[in-house]
Design a protein around this ligand. Sequence first.
Ligand SMILES: Cc1ncc(COP(=O)(O)O)c(C=O)c1O
Length: 406
Amino acid sequence: MAVSHGYDPQSASGSAKPPIYMTSTFVYPSAQHARDVHEAFFDGTGPLAGASDHIYARLGHPGLDILEARLAAIDGAEAAVAYSSGMAAHSSIALSFVRPGDSVIHGRPIYGGVDMLYNSVMPQYGSHVAAYVDGTDEANVRAAAEEALAQGPLKLIIAETPANPTAAIIDLQLMVRLADELGEKQGHRPLVVVDNTLLGPFAQRPIELGVDLCMTSLTKYCGGHSDLLAGGISGRHELVDQLKTLRTTWGNHLDPYTAWLVTRSLESVHVRTERAMSNARSVAEFLRDHPKVAGVTYLGFLPEGSRGRAVYDRQCKAAGSTFSFHLHGGQAEAFRMLDRLRLMKLAVSLGGSETLICHSATTTHYALTSEQRLAGGITDGTMRLSVGIEHVDDLIADLAQALEAV
Ligand SMILES: Cc1ncc(COP(=O)(O)O)c(C=O)c1O
């Protein structure tokens, strides 16, 4: 599915690989055809309903059709929609499904951009938010839901799992159960939205677990080379169609060239992530045993018998390759180490072929208060590592020499 689904070479002169359709508009063979294409797009009826004719690239284009078909297939969903970034996807979910007076819950920690979306931006349009800090603890999640419900109807249950940057895990079955229950209580069921960016489509399959929308920043593992920005959402036709219609108005679709790049990268995402995950385990083990390291929040180290481990065993197929570690000491020690690295690159982002590292409190989670950061397990000595596909011995040698500076 990752290598060829969604593309028929006979649709493009037998070209083994999909061409890039660099066009903003599409020519109709006749005036009647133009009318029928518009009827199919806007009303879903008429002789061209279900056909793949196009009107104008903001409404859809052949590169998007291929990518969206492939993403849906990989995620095991009925349909998918692609955007110009992961945040475009998140914002579109918020603007499509939340109205003034509604409420939302999310876990903490969560990616800083999503935190800002629901805690700073959406409240300006009248929505409310509450956060849970342990997504495996039913009482904790229920308390957040009660807090949200006291402010307004709960519309979205957002779960970024594992969470950025600490790889904290959230029980998706618990979220689905809660949504079903609240559906009965409120008279409408909140949507469960999962951000699957950190594990990606092969290591965690949220749609199979019953969630409504699976969001992925395609910028990360799916794009895989730190050279593009894109976002995707998979789910039922009914929800994806609603998102696609609004994407036409907001104009945050993915352009033909980037759609082509992501489609190409999807062909190798499973191979890249396997290698990165195997490297990550070795790097995590090296850090765990290092005297200057106070702790490593790697999913593969969740203790037997813990709640988190039970959820991990049920929900994840692998431990991923992005995790955090904490040094003994704080910012000064972390900065000394970071400035000594020679191979690993000091940059935000994750999921690329190269290893990236950053100091969470002063970069990705800069905009949070220190209380909010601490609630999410981010200390002044926390660093996030996205392990790439380089030779693992080189990665460990680089860390070993940099840790001497601490
Ligand atoms: C978990 C997670 N979700 C969403 C995003 C946003 O994606 P993008 O940068 O493609 O807008 C990021 C970006 O780092 C992320 O880490």
